[in-house]
Design a protein around this ligand. Structure first.
Ligand SMILES: N[C@@H](CCC[C@H](N)C(=O)O)C(=O)O
Length: 354
């Protein structure tokens, strides 16, 4: 994927700026916003552009019509942003991990925390979700991504109102439900607590789970609880001999990678740093495996509530504040499933040529 083959809205802006004036009845290149300020940016064009066309406009149109054009919609869930690709016609992702990394680059590409593919269902599920992180690695699951996925399906299938889907993921079957207010509630399944299955080499400390285990990072002994929501998470409320974490004070980009690549995590790890505001209100920052500091992490927020319950710090139903906004998380006692509720919205439509 050539970095020069930038998002269509960018190319489109250039094309529109240089296109010769046209009579409205013959069509015009219209830029791009429909609806109010909150409405998604849509690179919308009436394509009957009258001659003469400028070179920029011509090359834009050729690229747009090329068979190699990849159309995408950018979605975000609490600022965790994804390039969504309609991949319903194939079980092979339309872009490679290397291309995904380039697309996610915030300077030389579109910019995103990951690329998500809507694929045909497998194992009886309605759809399959695959995702590449912004470094090109492939995680098993993505909580904010699955909310975006549900809203993207509704858009593709032109569905209005409440709907739920079964989605096959690397973490098993995940069930998002679009609610009447547009929020998406997701049955995220059961947390995995056994060390080798997370995976972590840290030894179990409590009923086969790794709870408040000691982990040496940067000369400090951190207390960590490890949880998999299909993907691995290391949750910490602080280090020995330090007072309670003030998450805003953390130097995340320095400390985050030390956890991510720690030898105790053979598949690397996502790490959540958490401050307890009350027994039903937590505040966290996240360093994501393969994506770095992001504004939100849905699986991370679920892991945080599970860890807080295991450590006796919080109730099973909490609001979790992330830099991008709050998520409602509940770890239900009756079915052992974790439920996550939060927003997801389309913010940008475009195309790239690869
Ligand atoms: N942001 C996501 C998690 C994405 C995957 C993660 N980086 C990993 O490698 O496991 C979420 O909202 O859950």
């Amino acid at each position: 994927m050539s970095p020069a083959a930038t998002a269509a809205a960018t190319s489109f802006a250039a094309a529109a700026a240089t296109a010769a004036p046209t009579a409205p009845s013959r069509g015009c290149v219209r830029l791009p916003f429909r609806g109010g300020p909150g409405a998604p940016r849509r690179a919308v064009a009436s394509m009957a552009v009258s001659t003469p066309r400028s070179a920029a406009a011509a090359s834009f149109l050729e690229r747009r019509e090329s068979e190699r054009a990849l159309h995408f919609v950018k979605y975000q869930g609490l600022g965790n942003d994804f390039i969504m690709v309609d991949n319903r016609d194939s079980s092979e992702p339309k872009v490679t991990p290397e291309e995904a990394a380039k697309l996610c680059d915030r300077n030389f590409g579109i910019g995103a925390d990951g690329v998500i593919f809507v694929m045909p269902g497998t194992n009886g599920a309605d759809y399959t979700m695959r995702i590449f992180n912004s470094d090109g690695s492939e995680p098993e699951m993505c909580g904010n991504g699955v909310r975006c996925f549900a809203r993207f399906i509704a858009e593709l299938e032109n569905l209005q109102g409440t709907h739920s889907f079964t989605i096959h993921t690397g973490a098993g079957l995940i069930i998002p439900e679009i609610q009447s207010d547009g929020q998406v509630k997701v049955d995220m399944g059961e947390p995995i607590l056994s060390g080798p299955d997370i995976p972590t080499k840290l030894l179990a400390t409590k009923n086969k789970a790794v709870v408040q285990a000691e982990l040496e990072v940067e000369g400090l002994t951190w207390h960590v609880t490890c949880v998999s929501m299909g993907n691995p998470h290391c949750v910490t409320f602080g280090a020995k001999d330090l007072k309670a974490l003030q998450v805003d004070d953390l130097k995340l980009s320095e400390i985050g990678p030390k956890f991510e690549h720690h030898q105790m995590f053979p598949a690397r790890t996502n790490t959540e740093f958490v401050q307890v505001l009350s027994r039903s209100h937590l505040k966290m920052r996240v360093w994501e495996r393969g994506a770095g500091a992001t504004l939100a992490c849905g699986t991370g927020a679920c892991a945080v509530v599970v860890a807080a319950v295991l450590e006796g710090r919080a109730e099973r139903k909490c609001v979790v504040d992330l830099p991008g906004g709050p998520l409602e998380i509940e770890w239900r006692e009756d079915d052992n499933h974790v439920y996550m509720t939060g927003p997801a919205e389309a913010v940008f439509y475009g195309s790239v040529v690869h």
